[in-house]
Ligand binder design. Structure first.
Ligand SMILES: [Zn+2]
Length: 455
């Protein structure tokens, strides 16, 4: 996949409000040599973050514990990636993401364009929800908004640009890379996924599209859940129907595959279970061509579910299961995923991959499983922001896996009745969000870099 190589920079404007998305002359002319390594390298970790926290001896020993595609040499010489000009880095469920330089501090950040915001009321509500979520999140394992670009006058307001922290890779790229993934990696990744998920669920938010590509990772193995384009607030009323167009098929929970009209946070835990198995085996656990085959692969492993586990299933899906042969469970094959599939690992995996969502372990309870003790220790010994070191040792935080301070509120959505009203509301939200903060940034639509971005 070839990306256009562009030298671009965001510049804070003068007092007159002229701000530019300009060609950065300091890095010279656009280079085409960047296209070969679009995502595997990147800037160094933020100052103060240990570079190789997972290289704490252990079975792997030394710095080799960090998967190399996204690790930087431990030197003070800037890596080529740090001098890279701005470039596109990914395409989420909704929107394009670019790597750009924040001119206020020279930091590389991710710039996401949320497109077609005001096309209709549904997209308006969806984008506003995602925007509010990104501004609501305050958790190290959940991607949040660092800033929002200053919107133009409301009459010209068509697009929203959000700045987030730039991460160097994602778990999908790590899994398909040839780099070794040790037990230490798997434990610290899984710990962070569940830590972030506990926070989201405690805020009443279902992510609904947990997959390796939506789990961003840095060279120091820090992990952040991203892409809230499909996220929504948990629906407490079981009579309210919820869409089934969620979750990439391989990670889709059986209750969604079986047409359940109502589901909860357990769908995200199922996805994490699939990812856990994928980390162990380095291949997709249930890789089916269709939703029906997806369900068949699941019952091949778990066995035919009891009727009680299919209570919320639609009639057709239940009939499909009952029509087929009775399958015994074959969970012992999970031990063959890899040498890292120890008894403890398989025990936790089997608690996540439970057909009946009511009996599946919660994200919060999964964190208490002994398999994650080492991941927790590693994370809080040298990766987290919540604990710190003093000469006499490490001072640990009181709550290793904090919940959200309050639930995410979405009551405003019901009062949103028109696109124009939504536009006003979002415009006001962004303006208020920026008040008292740093010099606002915006885009010069005339600049060459911006035109490439739009294209
Ligand atoms: Zn900590």
């Amino acid at each position: 996949f070839l990306y256009p190589a562009v030298c671009g920079n965001l510049f804070p404007g003068s007092e007159l409000g002229h701000k530019y998305f300009c060609v950065n002359t300091s890095t010279g002319t656009p280079s085409t040599g960047l296209s070969a390594t679009p995502c595997l390298t990147g800037p160094t970790a933020p100052a103060g973050t240990p570079r190789h926290p997972t290289s704490l001896g252990g079975s792997t020993g030394g710095g080799a514990a960090v998967p190399q595609p996204y690790s930087n040499p431990a030197s003070e010489v800037p890596s080529p990636a740090e001098m890279e000009p701005d470039r596109p880095i990914g395409y989420g469920a909704f929107g394009v993401v670019w790597s750009v330089t924040d001119p206020r501090d020279g930091r590389k950040v991710a710039l996401k364009k949320m497109p077609n915001v005001f096309q209709n009321l549904v997209s308006c509500k969806r984008v506003f929800r995602e925007l509010r979520m990104l501004c609501f999140f305050k958790h190290d394992n959940v991607l949040s908004a660092l800033d929002i670009l200053q919107p133009p006058q409301i009459d010209c307001f068509e697009e929203i640009y959000v700045i987030t922290e730039l991460m160097q890779s994602d778990l999908h790229k790590v899994i398909v890379s040839p780099q070794p993934l040790t037990t230490d990696h798997i434990k610290v990744f899984l710990y962070q996924i569940l830590r972030g998920l506990k926070y989201l669920h405690s805020a009443g938010i279902l992510h609904r599209d947990i997959k390796p590509g939506n789990l961003l990772v840095n060279s120091n193995c820090l992990l952040k859940i991203c892409d809230f384009g499909l996220a929504r607030v948990e629906e407490p009323d079981p009579s309210r129907h919820m869409t089934q167009e969620v979750v990439t098929q391989y990670y889709r929970a059986p209750e969604v595959l079986m047409g359940s009209r109502h589901y909860g946070s357990a769908i995200d835990v199922w996805s994490v279970g699939c990812i856990f198995a994928e980390l162990l085996g380095r291949r997709i656990l249930f890789q089916a061509q269709s939703p029906i085959q997806q369900l068949d692969l699941i019952t091949d492993l778990l066995g035919t579910p009891p009727l009680s586990a299919m209570a919320s299933a639609c009639e057709g899906a239940r009939a499909h299961i009952l029509r087929g042969p009775h399958k015994p469970p074959s969970l012992s094959v999970l031990y063959m995923l890899s040498d890292a599939a120890t008894h403890e690992a398989v025990h936790l995996l089997c608690r996540m991959l439970v057909f009946d969502p009511a009996k599946r372990i919660s994200g919060s309870d999964a964190l208490s499983h002994p398999y994650l003790d080492e991941g927790r220790l590693r994370y809080h010994t040298c990766m987290c922001q919540c604990c710190y070191s003093v000469p006499s040792g490490r001072v640990y935080t009181r709550d290793f896996e904090p919940p959200a301070e309050r639930p995410f509120s979405h009551s405003y959505e019901n009062s949103l009745l028109s696109v124009w009203q939504g536009k006003e509301l979002i415009h006001r939200f962004i303006t208020e969000h920026q008040q008292g903060k740093r010099v606002p940034l915006c885009i010069n639509p005339q600049s060459a870099a911006f035109k490439t971005f739009i294209r």
